[in-house]
Design a protein around this ligand. Structure first.
Ligand code: MLT
Ligand code: ZN
Length: 474
């Protein structure tokens, strides 16, 4: 047994959090030790579930004293293994799950003060009950917790309109690697007082401290929402549809999502209840959502008129407009179940990349050709947040390939896709972060002064290196 997690360390943790806050039985800790994608299986001797920020801070103080490494964990939905412990059992997991109170919502200030263990879905519902909108939506929102969402600076479906998680954060409460609590829970729109520390922790993936609570910006609740699913022949046509909506009323576009024919096929095949509301399948699809808090804004009429013109010019092949909340949910289901359907179809390698929106068609075209040349029979499933240039360029194994062999090709596949990303001045990680999967790419993409600065920040804030070791930095 690695000597930092000794029986006496475990006894001291139990004295802080009680029996209810500590899991040590391997059958209890196993689900926390493996990631959602099943890329990594680690091992831990303890999953600590503190019931308050003070308890969490006391556990971190103990870890700092004993040199015990910590893996912070929220809903464990990372796409890059960001919340899995090492295989040698030397790291404990600190779960934020029991920090699950909405502390306050202010519909005048349009802010929400919330603890890190609240799921994104529950936070959205709490905002809606107060007549507001928490404008952040990701496919895993039913399990993903606010703390993790902020720690990875999640993006999702509404970035085109509201930005990433980072853009919604006004204040943070963080437990630092020495166990001190930084209370930065200010809810000001203007606060120009030195270095912006909260933005250092957002996107740090638990390597600088543990976010325990936050103040998030809300928006007025939408009064009108219009959603359509459109079949298009090419990604160029999808882009041209996007520019039409932009020209009509850019401010009302709250999502503009791209899907491929194959991606939809997988959803229809693997997800019970999924149906295509169009007469015939198309090579690509766009899900467009328009929303506005303005009364009588005429969104539906605008949607219809843009689509009619686009149908007339054969930019859109076919379109279905949702007539009810149920139809809207059914259209979103086709998009949100993409990852699950791909998982059921077989092994897949994910590339969460971004390029300028105008380059999305060229990028998809060239990356598809490059991957087909690398692995004949590989099935490209590009989809995602076209309105902000973030494409999930996922590759599904060839039909008859051995899944294990295919997953071993992840580096050559990711490197091939990234060459095309580089050509268009894009990013190798748009919204999923770096985790355990991508630190090897950092020297190449963020080397020199940028990586050196990140390493100095890490050394200054976490000199003993106990916070989420092996993640983000190579
Ligand atoms: C999504 O947008 O559904 C996820 O971020 C995508 C993925 O599975 O790569
Ligand atoms: Zn996404």
């Amino acid at each position: 047994m690695p000597d930092t997690v000794t029986p006496s360390v475990l006894d001291s943790i139990r004295a802080i959090v009680g029996d209810r806050g500590l899991l040590t039985d391997p059958s209890d800790t196993a689900p926390y030790s493996e990631d959602w994608r099943r890329l990594y299986r680690g091992r831990t001797q303890a999953v600590v579930r503190p019931g308050s920020t003070e308890e969490l801070a006391a556990v971190v103080r103990l870890c700092a004293r004993t040199g015990t490494a910590i893996v912070p964990q929220g809903g464990n939905t990372s796409m890059v293994g960001g919340a899995v412990p090492a295989e040698d059992g030397s790291e404990i997991i600190i779960s934020t799950a029991r920090l699950n109170r909405v502390r306050a919502i202010d519909p005048v200030d349009l802010t929400m003060t919330i603890e890190s263990g609240v799921t994104l879905k529950a936070a959205q519902l709490a905002a809606a009950e107060a007549g507001c909108l928490l404008p952040l939506s990701i496919s895993s929102e039913g399990s993903a917790q606010i703390g993790g969402v902020l720690a990875v600076n999640a993006g999702g479906n509404n970035t085109v309109r509201y930005g990433n998680a980072r853009d919604l954060v006004l204040g943070l409460e963080v437990v630092l690697p020495d166990g001190e609590i930084w209370n930065g829970l200010r809810r000001l729109r203007k606060d120009n007082t030195g270095y912006c520390l909260r933005q250092l922790f957002v996107g740090s993936e638990g390597t600088l401290g543990i976010i325990t609570a936050s103040v998030l910006k809300l928006a007025p609740a939408p009064r009108e929402i219009a959603v359509a699913l459109c079949g298009v022949a090419t990604v160029d046509a999808a882009l041209s549809l996007f520019t039409r909506f932009q020209a009509h009323d850019a401010a009302s576009i709250s999502a503009f999502e791209l899907m491929s024919g194959l991606g939809i096929e997988f959803v229809l095949k693997h997800i019970p209840g999924a149906t295509l509301p169009l007469e015939s399948p198309a090579p690509f699809y766009v899900l467009v959502e328009l929303a506005t808090p303005r009364p009588n804004a005429g969104l539906r009429a605008m949607l219809e008129s843009v689509l009619e013109d686009a149908l007339g010019e054969s930019i859109v092949l076919d379109a279905a407009i949702a007539e009810s909340d149920a139809q809207r949910a059914a259209i979103w289901k086709l998009r949100e179940e993409h990852s699950e359907a791909q998982k059921r179809e077989g092994a897949s390698v994910k590339n969460d990349v971004s390029v300028p929106v105008s380059k999305v068609p060229a990028f998809i075209h060239e990356a598809t050709a490059a991957c087909a040349a690398l692995i004949p029979g590989v099935r490209a499933v590009p989809f995602g947040h076209m309105g902000d240039g973030n494409i999930h360029f996922n590759l599904e194994q060839p039909v008859d390939a051995d899944p294990k062999w295919f997953l071993e090709q992840d580096h050559p596949i990711m490197d091939t896709v990234n060459e095309v990303v580089r050509k268009y001045d894009g990013s190798f990680s748009a919204e999923h972060g770096i985790g355990k999967l991508k630190p090897y790419m950092m020297p190449d993409w963020r080397g020199g002064a940028e990586l050196a600065l990140m390493q100095r920040i890490k050394a200054a804030i976490d000199p003993a290196g106990i916070m989420n070791p092996g993640k983000v930095l190579p």
